[in-house]
Design a protein around this ligand. Structure first.
Ligand SMILES: [Zn+2]
Length: 290
C-alpha cells in the first residue's frame, strides 16, 4: 500500500515537472504586423526566425515590368475538397483534403492549404493589388512551392464566395463547413502565365528554398468581398524584400523539353542524311560494277 502511494506521488511530481516544460517548449513565439512584433522585427524575435532578418532570398518581392514571364502552363491537378477553414490569428486559411497537386520540374507537390493577405504581398512594378491568395504545396521531402494569385477589386467572384462567406470572425481551431466543397482550381485566373523566382515563406520562420510561381493575370473580387476580408485582416502583408541579384526564371522543364525536342529533330535529320548518303554511295558502286 505504502509502495503504491509512493509510486503515485512520484508519478504526480514527474507530471507536474513535465507539464510546464512541455508548455514552454510548444509555446510559439508571438509575431504579427504591428509594433514590436512587426515584420521589421521578426528576425530579432527568435533565433529560429534569423532568416527573416539575415536571409538573402526572402519573399515577397517586387516583380518589375521587365521580369521574364512563363507562358501559360502552370501544371496543377486540383480536386474538390471539403471546406476546412480556420482563422489562425494571422490570416484566414483553408486546409485542403489530400489529392490536389502541382507539378514543378517533374516533381509532384501536394497542395496543403491556401490563405489570404491584404494588401497583396508581391507588388507588380511597385503596385500592390487589394489582396493576394497563396496556395502552399509541400512535396514528400519537405520542399515548398507556393502559387500566388493577385486579387484586385472589380467584378464579384462566385468562386471565392464560399470561402469569403464562411470566414470565422474569431481566432480558433479549424472547422469543417457542412455541405460545402471547393476546388482550388476555381480560384485561379483563366490565363496561367506566371513569374517564377526562388524565395521564402513570407511569415516567420521565413524559411528559404521556396519555389514561387506568381500568376501574371489577377483575379477580380468585388469591393464588398475585399471589405469582408479586410474587416478581419487589413494589413497582414510583409513588405517587399530586396532581390539581392535574384532573377525571374523561365521554367527549366519547358526549356528542357524544347531543347530535347531540338536534339531529336537534329538526330532525325542526321539519320536521314546518313541513309541518303549510304544509298547514294551503294547506287554509285552498283552503277560502277554494272
Ligand atoms: Zn501567404
Amino acid at each position: 500500500m505504502l509502495a503504491k502511494s509512493r509510486a503515485v506521488i512520484a508519478l504526480t511530481v514527474l507530471l507536474l515537472c513535465l507539464t510546464p516544460a512541455t508548455v514552454l517548449a510548444s509555446d510559439p513565439v508571438h509575431w504579427g504586423y504591428d509594433g514590436e512584433v512587426a515584420p521589421e522585427h521578426w528576425g530579432e524575435l527568435s533565433p529560429d526566425f534569423s532568416a527573416c532578418g539575415e536571409g538573402k532570398q526572402q519573399s515577397p518581392v517586387d516583380i518589375p515590368a521587365t521580369a521574364a514571364v512563363n507562358p501559360p502552363g502552370l501544371r496543377v491537378d486540383y480536386r474538390d475538397s471539403a471546406l476546412h477553414i480556420v482563422n489562425n490569428g494571422h490570416t484566414i486559411q483553408v486546409n485542403v483534403d489530400p489529392g490536389s497537386t502541382l507539378q514543378v520540374d517533374g516533381a509532384t507537390y501536394p497542395l496543403a492549404q491556401f490563405h489570404l493577405h491584404a494588401l497583396s504581398e508581391h507588388t507588380l512594378n511597385g503596385a500592390h493589388t487589394e489582396m493576394e491568395l497563396h496556395l502552399v504545396h509541400k512535396d514528400a521531402t519537405g520542399r515548398i512551392a507556393v502559387v500566388g494569385v493577385m486579387l484586385e477589386a472589380g467584378a464579384h467572384s462566385a468562386a471565392y464566395e464560399p470561402l469569403l462567406a464562411h470566414m470565422p470572425a474569431e481566432e480558433g481551431e479549424p472547422e469543417t463547413i457542412a455541405g460545402i466543397s471547393l476546388n482550388a482550381a476555381d480560384l485561379l485566373p483563366a490565363q496561367r502565365g506566371y513569374y517564377r523566382y526562388d524565395g521564402s515563406l513570407t511569415t516567420p520562420p521565413c524559411t528559404e528554398g521556396v519555389t514561387w510561381l506568381v500568376l501574371s493575370e489577377p483575379v477580380e473580387l468585388s469591393a464588398s468581398q475585399v471589405a469582408a476580408f479586410e474587416r478581419l485582416y487589413d494589413h497582414n502583408y510583409r513588405p517587399v524584400q530586396p532581390l539581392y541579384g535574384r532573377t525571374f526564371l523561365v521554367t527549366p522543364a519547358q526549356t528542357g523539353r524544347r531543347s530535347s525536342g531540338l536534339l531529336i529533330a537534329g538526330a532525325i535529320v542526321l539519320c536521314v542524311a546518313a541513309a541518303t548518303l549510304l544509298w547514294a554511295l551503294s547506287r554509285r558502286r552498283r552503277t560502277r560494277r554494272e
